[in-house]
Design a protein around this ligand. Structure first.
Ligand code: ZN
Length: 886
């Protein structure tokens, strides 16, 4: 059946009389149903006979009854696509076992047994990239969250900690390098050109932290000596030709190790730390004990192939996975509802690290941009969930921006309220109390509460309530004082119609526009639905600077004039607040211009003048570093603007946003050209100055492309041709890719492809640049690129480079014809049988239909329904689609 042509019925119910029966709903797992596992598994032995097409796994588990759980003679072992080839109990072939669906149940009479189970798997057929799979002729694993059960029958849950010993053998020529968690304890040669290695990991761990790698790899090797004097061997394993691109990753790793000792008092706990780069990977990277597995995207960099953004991404992800050794591995999660315990905390740790490496202000702005661009929409849509969810059907769907980024913001608020020193006492308390355990978010909050001396009773609501709080702020002058009146509401979210007020820490200052005096910063905590705060001696024209440093993950509505915003954008001493003022100025204007009746001509030109003068001040401010100037110059994203509008019309927002860019580009043409020239004169390097110059250079082109396109095309082509680094090259190509009527576009796109053919990560950029371009024919371009010989559904990076870029491209994805929605739905249906985890990640963009104007809303919904009616959907996609429609 060609499902693409199945029409939805007029009443919105696509179920026809002869439609196939509803697929069986995957079960809902609930947090409140947690019970400890009936058995402990103190030790696990795994023996792998490795082969790309057939790997034989012998798992030997020593089990004993868990005194803290309800007793059961049944040992329930998770499996996924496995069949038991042999089952033995205490050395004897056993028949006291049965399958319950995918689960193997072994019935055990006594308190202690040894259970041995043989399974066989075909890694080459594993397109899901969960469990043991083949990538470019090597074997590797991804077990978080529930991939280990695709390798061996096991209690595949994070609260069952076991000490692993692993033996692996395989053809030496094919797999010269054999890696696993922990320490390499023995090696040897076998028959017929095979060899073997034995590994032992002394630290008990859950199965999701297991990893194995076998392949033809080379290492960048170095070492790090911890502050207590342990010498740790460090290796970054890559394919032969990639070795020259591993130095930045190695530097990042060593800086991370040093920083975690200094800032959190955490030392590494093995003599060996391995990182392996893999080109087929569903996510960014994975923190397996002693053997991190990374997407090549977060390892490989040199100036010719990686942008400044890529360098920062690598530094951040290397740090993130390394920091998990304590926040995740030494202390893991009791169950997957606690995922933010390790992810939120580890994201905060990597953010603080990157702030220290790159500068606090710029990093903070970048992190807030991600939060508002991804997490806020999630929090206001059908997939909203608290950072500690109450239920799920497929845990892979909960590796979300809410768990990660909002989770980090929630812990950051605790840090803000406690101050860094007391917060450190809190985290020390947490690490002391729970080392070696599978803990809960509650354990973390209690540790911070006790250690830092905070009362977090009401604050716990941040763990249970979803939705972005909205704060209304009004500053009422009263003689020499001003009263700040605040109200908060937490919007309803699926399953949570009524919310309670939460404690919201806000850094606030009141400046005086008349004298230019900047007020002193105060931290206030709004913990009621409404409250007032008095500011003394405020001057004649008090101006409110609020949520400075983005001290709380909330959205603020303030009554403020454009003149005050222009003042803050030019003068605020808090860099985030300064950034925010310009963003507000632009957002306020675009919301007014692109919603309702729009703006009258004179109101529109007045607002454009205000914005242009604020922008001119940003360009002219000599005290600003270019890294910061580049942030201030960035326009708020279309998604963020759309979030502020009921029944948003993406076409109108796009048109207004581009028109405003064009206005700025035309009005400030000579300043932008001068900025571009100044920045172009700074030679390549990694100093803040050089990095900043690259940032503003491309930003200048972005506005010129809108306001003075012919000039911009020449400048972009020249920047491309002169580029001695990927940042300049990609930036100029991005600008050219969005332009019409210039031969430079086709020529440079072709040059880029030919120059980097065969380098997968750079060819990913080539796809992404075109799929995210402003070009009017982007829909056709993406269709053609899907037929390009270098496009494949089998590689998640390539799929994302074309289709995630496209789904994030407002004027392609939201094409009024609905073609963009159809393309993404087609992709989901095609990818779902191959790689459900990656397929399901494309559902959220389609779940935004309730926020859109009627025409697009119906078209988008139709596509979701088409997916929902497919014959067979993975648990992943089923859950995301049904929640989105629900
Ligand atoms: Zn993580």
């Amino acid at each position: 059946m060609d499902i693409a042509n199945t029409p939805a019925t007029a009443d919105g119910n696509p179920q026809m009389a002869d439609a196939p029966p509803e697929p069986k709903q995957p079960p809902l797992i609930r947090r409140e149903d947690y019970t400890p596992f009936a058995w402990l598994v103190p030790t696990t032995h795994l023996d792998f006979a490795l082969g790309l097409e057939k790997t034989r796994v012998v798992a030997t588990l020593d089990v004993e009854r868990n005194p803290d759980a309800e007793a059961s003679p049944h040992l329930r072992l998770n499996g996924d696509g496995l069949e038991p080839v042999e089952v033995e109990v205490d050395g004897q072939a056993a028949n006291s076992w049965a399958m319950d669906g995918e689960t193997l149940i072994v019935t055990l009479p006594a308190d202690r047994h040894t259970v041995r189970i043989v399974t066989e798997i075909d890694p080459s057929a594993n397109t899901q990239l969960m469990g043991l799979y083949a990538s470019n002729g090597m074997l590797c694993t991804q077990c978080e969250a529930e991939g280990f059960r695709r390798i061996a029958f096991f209690p595949d849950r994070p609260d069952v900690l076991s000490t692993y010993t692993v033996r692996m053998s395989g053809p030496k020529a094919q797999f010269p390098i054999l890696l696993c968690n922990g320490n390499n304890t023995a090696n040897g040669e076998g028959e017929h050109g095979t060899h073997w290695a034995e590994w032992h990991d002394p630290w008990p761990k859950p199965s999701y932290l297991f990893a194995l790698v076998a392949g033809d790899l080379v290492a960048n090797s170095d070492s790090f000596t911890t502050r207590s004097g342990r010498k740790v061997d460090l290796n970054i394993w890559v394919r032969d030709g990639d070795l020259p691109r591993t130095d930045h990753a190695m530097r990042s790793l060593k800086k991370s190790m040093e920083w975690d000792e200094e800032v959190f008092g955490r030392e590494y706990d093995l003599d060996l730390f391995n990182i392996v780069a893999v080109s087929d990977f569903n996510m960014g990277a994975m923190e397996n004990k002693g053997l991190n597995v990374f997407n090549t995207k977060y390892v490989l960099a040199d100036e010719e192939t990686a942008t400044d953004g890529d360098y920062d991404g690598i530094e951040g992800v290397i740090a993130h996975e390394y920091f998990h050794n304590w926040s995740g591995n030494r202390i893991t999660c009791r169950d997957w509802f606690q995922l933010s315990l390790k992810e939120g905390f580890t994201v905060l740790r990597d953010q603080l690290f990157s702030q220290d490496m790159q500068g606090e202000a710029v990093k903070r702005i970048e992190d807030v941009r991600v939060l508002r661009g991804v997490q806020f929409p999630e929090d206001s849509g059908p997939l909203a969930h608290p950072i500690r969810p109450d239920s799920f059907r497929e845990i892979s769907n909960f590796y979300t921006s809410t768990i990660y980024n909002k989770g980090a913001e929630v812990i950051r608020m605790m840090r803000t309220m406690a101050g860094p020193e007391k917060f450190r006492v809190g985290t020390d308390t947490y690490f002391d109390r729970h080392d070696g355990e599978a803990a809960t978010c509650e354990d973390f909050v209690k540790s911070i509460e006790d250690g830092a001396g905070l009362d977090l009773q009401q604050f716990r609501l941040w763990y249970s309530q979803a939705g972005t709080p909205k704060i209304k702020a009004e500053l009422v002058p009263d003689a020499s004082r001003a009263v700040l009146k605040l109200t908060q509401t937490v919007p309803p979210t699926p399953g949570q119609p009524d919310k309670q007020p939460m404690p919201i820490p806000l850094k606030v200052a009141v400046h005086d526009r008349a004298s230019g005096t900047l007020g002193e910063e105060r931290l206030i905590v709004l913990d009621k639905a409404q409250d007032s705060f008095v500011f003394e001696n405020v001057g004649d024209q008090p101006v409110l600077s609020i949520n400075r440093g983005f001290s709380a993950p909330v959205s603020i509505e303030r009554e403020i004039s454009n003149a005050d915003l222009v003042f803050l954008a030019a003068r605020d001493d808090d860099p985030f607040a300064r950034y925010e003022a310009f963003q507000d100025l632009v957002v306020g204007h675009l919301v007014a211009a692109a919603s309702g009746d729009g703006l009258a001509d004179d109101a529109k030109s007045a607002a454009r003048e205000d914005i242009t003068s604020a922008f001119a001040a940003i360009l002219a401010d000599d005290a600003l570093e270019d890294t910061m100037r580049g942030e201030l110059m960035l326009f708020p994203s279309q998604t963020y603007i759309a979030e502020q509008i009921e029944a948003a019309d993406p076409g109108r927002i796009f048109a207004e946003r581009e028109a405003l860019k064009a206005h700025i580009g035309a009005a400030l043409e000579s300043d932008l050209v001068a900025l571009h020239e100044r920045a172009s004169a700074i030679p390549f390097g990694f100093s803040q100055e050089a990095r900043g110059s690259r940032k503003v250079k491309t930003q200048a082109l972005v506005y010129l492309a809108a306001g003075a396109p012919e000039k911009a095309a020449d400048m972009a082509a020249a920047q491309y041709d002169a580029a001695d680094n990927m940042t300049d090259r990609q930036g100029s190509l991005m600008v050219l890719a969005g332009m019409t009527g210039t031969a430079a576009r086709t020529g440079r796109l072709l040059d880029f492809y030919n120059r980097y053919k065969g380098n997968d990560l750079v060819i990913d950029k080539w796809f992404a640049i075109q799929a995210s371009s402003l070009h009017p024919s982007v829909v056709e371009h993406v269709k053609a690129l899907a037929e390009h010989p270098d496009f494949t559904m089998k590689n998640p990076n390539r799929v994302r480079s074309l289709y995630m870029a496209f789904a994030g491209n407002p004027h392609g994805f939201h094409d009024a014809s609905g073609e963009g929605y159809r393309m993404i739905a087609d992709l989901i249906l095609e990818l779902d049988p191959l790689n459900p985890q990656t397929a399901a990640r494309f559902v959220p963009p389609l779940g935004r239909f309730r926020k859109l104007e009627a025409g697009r809303s119906a078209l988008m919904r139709e596509q979701l329904e088409r997916i929902a009616n497919a014959d067979k959907l993975s648990r992943d996609t089923y859950e995301q689609v049904s929640r989105s429609l629900g």
